[in-house]
Ligand binder design. Structure first.
Ligand code: ADP
Ligand code: MG
Length: 485
């Protein structure tokens, strides 16, 4: 109360000694109560925790104030409410106690507001039934909707590999938080996961302008967390992620092995899920295939609907190219489009890349786009489709390293259990990634027989078939090896 003496006195005089603390006039006293609080708690805390509050008028209860959500309510009650009570007490000149109410529950109580109550679905994001303008109760430091406006459903070509994911995505956009929560979309690189996920956000944003939609990648989430810890702003961090209506988290496999991130995300998930906020995940693999993931988080990923997306077939690839050409108002003959679609089979981003390259080539050379010209312009691009050749030596080095052995040990005759297993995995990967013959692989692994290699390949692929986690681990290894070559 150090610096409230003067203002407290002034306020008391203004308000009169015996101002009844009824809700019907709390509204008119609120700005001055806030002034008192601001002096006590400082600007940053004030912005974070007091801007979102709004006095409730018209209720016969006590001094009721609305806040955005339960997380806010809990945190505020524990850390800030006493400041508010003190400020109110100083202002009115007698002890008062404030009560916080979650804003969307205010509507359920039927408290009349200055405007017609919004439709039930929109209530979730909007403190209604208050007497202050809506702008003043927007969440603090609310992240801007950072969605790419091009990633909408109408730009997404549905094929047999994406029809289920597409159906689920549109269903939850129309009714977020009810069906399929969370929605987990997984599939290979460049197949449209981010596009679909953001299309959900874009559609919800149009249908429910007040909904708070947050798109983030798992990597961003982690960086934000680290930053908030470094700067001691963890409450702000928690509030930012827990006060949204729709949370879109891209590439969650990134969380593998990052324990603190998983821990924090687990609580974020629970906070949102419990209040039926829609959550969407994408990943390059299914939850079961993500290694080094806490079991409780894995199970949350699996609670809703898991859907995969598969590479498009030829017809879909042609349709996607046509759509891109139409959107950009250019003309490219059918045979050229088919030519591109035949050559790039497993990545739509590369399909787009080929088109861009073709157009660039045409404009630089001034040549007409014909089949012949396309094959000239794109030949090197097509060659780049597969990554550089992987060597057996790369496979051995990375596999040995990951398992804590040396390459010499992999080649040796020793057969301790762990070493034999690492050797089998390496043989399988050598076969998969280099395409070398069984004989050649056998020779590289300390002159072993081709039947030994064949046995190892079969054993490992059988195990991958039945054990998704093992499959995930082997896939991780594959990626590491590919990155080296
Ligand atoms: P991912 O997140 O799976 O790696 P993206 O969503 O980033 O893939 O998609 C890569 C590019 O391909 C984006 O530009 C996206 O718009 C486009 N794309 C992917 N799938 C489709 C589709 N079915 N129809 C149209 N464009 C697509
Ligand atoms: Mg993506």
């Amino acid at each position: 109360m150090d610096n409230t003496g003067e203002s407290g006195r002034k306020l008391t005089e203004t308000a009169g000694e015996n101002v009844p603390a009824t809700v019907s006039n709390l509204d008119s006293h609120w700005p001055e109560i806030l002034d008192t609080v601001r002096q006590r708690v400082g600007h940053q805390t004030f912005q974070t925790w007091y801007r979102p509050l709004a006095p409730l008028a018209g209720d016969a209860g006590g001094l009721q104030v609305s806040c955005p959500n339960h997380f806010f309510l809990d945190w505020f009650s524990e850390h800030q409410l006493h400041h508010l009570n003190d400020a109110g007490t100083a202002y009115f000149g007698h002890e008062v106690l404030f009560e916080l109410v979650v804003s969307n529950e205010v509507v359920k109580l039927g408290v009349p507001g200055p405007e017609a109550a919004p439709a039930p679905e929109t209530v979730v994001s909007r403190p209604a039934a208050t007497t202050v303008p809506v702008e003043t109760i927007v969440m603090p430091e609310r992240p801007q909707t950072n969605l790419n406006p091009d990633y909408v459903f109408s730009n997404f070509v549905v094929g047999s590999g994406t029809d289920l994911a597409y159906a689920a995505a549109t269903a939850i956009s129309d009714n977020p938080g009810h069906h399929f929560n969370p929605l987990f979309i997984h599939g290979g690189v460049g197949l449209g996961k981010t596009h679909l996920m953001q299309a959900i956000g874009n559609r919800i944003a149009i249908q429910r302008p007040q909904a708070r939609i947050l798109y983030t990648t798992a990597e961003n989430f982690m960086n934000d967390l680290v930053k908030s810890i470094q700067e001691s702003h963890t409450p702000d961090f928690k509030l930012r992620y827990r006060s949204v209506d729709v949370l879109l988290v891209d590439d969650v496999a990134f969380m593998a092995g990052k324990e603190s991130t998983q821990e924090e995300f687990f609580h974020t998930f629970n906070a949102l899920y419990n209040f039926k906020k829609q959550i969407v995940f994408t990943s390059d693999r299914s939850p079961k295939e993500i290694t080094r993931l806490e079991e409780r988080l894995r199970s949350r990923f699996e609670w809703g609907l898991i859907t995969d997306i598969q590479p498009p077939n030829l017809e879909t690839r042609i349709a996607i190219l046509r759509r891109k050409v139409d959107i950009n108002n250019i003309y490219i003959a059918d045979d050229v489009i088919e030519f591109i679609a035949e050559h790039i089979t497993d990545n739509i981003r590369r399909l787009e890349g080929a088109l861009v390259r073709l157009l660039a080539f045409a404009s630089l050379t001034g040549r007409e786009i014909t089949l012949e010209m396309a094959s000239e312009a794109l030949s090197s691009f097509f060659q780049g489709t597969s990554t550089g050749p992987v060597k057996i030596a790369d496979v051995m080095e990375v596999t040995a390293d990951v398992h804590g052995f040396s390459v010499d040990q992999l080649k040796s005759k020793r057969r301790t259990q762990d070493l034999a297993r690492a050797r089998q995995i390496a043989m399988h990967l050598a076969r998969e990634l280099t395409g070398a013959s069984l004989n050649k692989i056998g020779r590289s692994f300390g002159n072993r027989d081709h039947s030994t290699v064949a046995y190892a390949c079969k054993k490992i692929s059988d195990e991958m078939e039945t054990d998704p986690r093992f499959r995930g681990a082997v896939r991780d290894l594959m990626e590491r090896i590919r990155k080296r070559s």
